[in-house]
Write a protein that binds this ligand. Sequence first.
Ligand code: NDP
Ligand code: MG
Length: 408
Amino acid sequence: MPLAKLPGFEVLPYFALMIEQQKKRIAILGSTGSIGTQALDIVREHPDELEVEVLTAHNNADLLIAQALEFAPNHVVIANESKYLQVKEALASTDVKVFAGDKSIADLMEITSADTVLTAMVGYSGLLPTIAAIKARKRIALANKETLVVAGELITSLCMENRVEMLPVDSEHSAIFQCLVGENPDAIEHIILTASGGPFRGKKRSELEQVTRAQALKHPNWSMGAKITIDSASLMNKGLEVIEAKWLFGVRNEQIKVVVHPQSIVHSMVEFTDGSIKAQLGLPDMKLPIQYAMYYPQRRQNNWPRTSFTQFNRLDFEEPDMETFRNLALAFDALEAGGNKACLLNAANEIAVQAFLEDKIGFLQIAELNEKCMQELPFVAKPVLEDYIASDKLAREKATEWIKQFAR
Ligand code: NDP
Ligand code: MG
């Protein structure tokens, strides 16, 4: 059964909305990042409605401390253990309990009284904490798409088993989710993910050989963390989102389409079996889908800027160029192959993006490395958690080794 068929997905009757008055208690994993800080902006706007229970960061101890002093969570975790003392001492005069290390993030999911966990850390690091949060029956607001890319089948079945709702934060998936409210998931014909095309839209391979990190980091419409910004430039992000959509909405691979829409106003669409299409539109501002996931099934009023159709008086759509931007084709291949292929792709890509950011490989080599890892590393048809962990580790090791052979 797809997540979309879980109870709670459909519009709740009004009496259910009435009892939604208590404060929502939120754990923000990755609170120092782009999504994390925007989530805290929303909490700051509604202190009577939202309460922060947990904040976690990897390296940015200074910001984590400042956030803890402002939002007074019960628990904070700094994943980088060498920063533990700094955080502990800075919060010594408060009631905040401080932990360190990756494992603590997952462990905390069992004891926190948060009802919703916003997974806003980057990459594979989201997997184990998300699994722990699902087992602890927390509602998941999923920004960390890599969790579903790595282990979509496992995560989906864990959500079913534990009757846990997973609400998308990714803008495209939030759009689809919003289009599906009140609809029968069996009536979906296609999911149409929109892609801005990133800073290199329209460029050919020869023009991409020498592009720099600074050029790739300049996204035309969205301001995001470094990894997802590079993924957007290489269309890997859209590829990851295709896989994410499959698991969130329980559709067949051939039901997922991608269309390039450079203005990023139409956040995605659903085409139904009667030929009707619903789209969700709005300004490109991640606070919208974050707030939607935090408050679902309510829609919280706000005074953020509104979309002007006279300003955005044309909306363009074009086919994605999957020959130039190979990563998108690789994601469809991974989906078709199933098993651990998407996990291998994700791990290779994390290493490749880091190497590109460190100027060790060129832009086009990101997809080359991803393809090599997908083709050459062992395929596991029916992976369990240990297989995903082993595949991720192996792909990271091999990708790191192969990068040394990719002369710049
Ligand atoms: P950022 O790089 O801005 O932030 C990442 C956060 O995760 C930071 O708090 C960082 O801590 C923490 N973190 C990094 N590595 C680890 C680790 N190994 N263990 C624990 N925590 C870690 O990323 P974004 O906010 O841009 O993205 C977060 C997730 O949301 C990604 O999966 C991304 O794909 C997804 N997403 C993001 C969107 C956006 O607009 N930014 C849009 C849609 C989805 P520290 O700062 O201390 O290093
Ligand atoms: Mg997105």
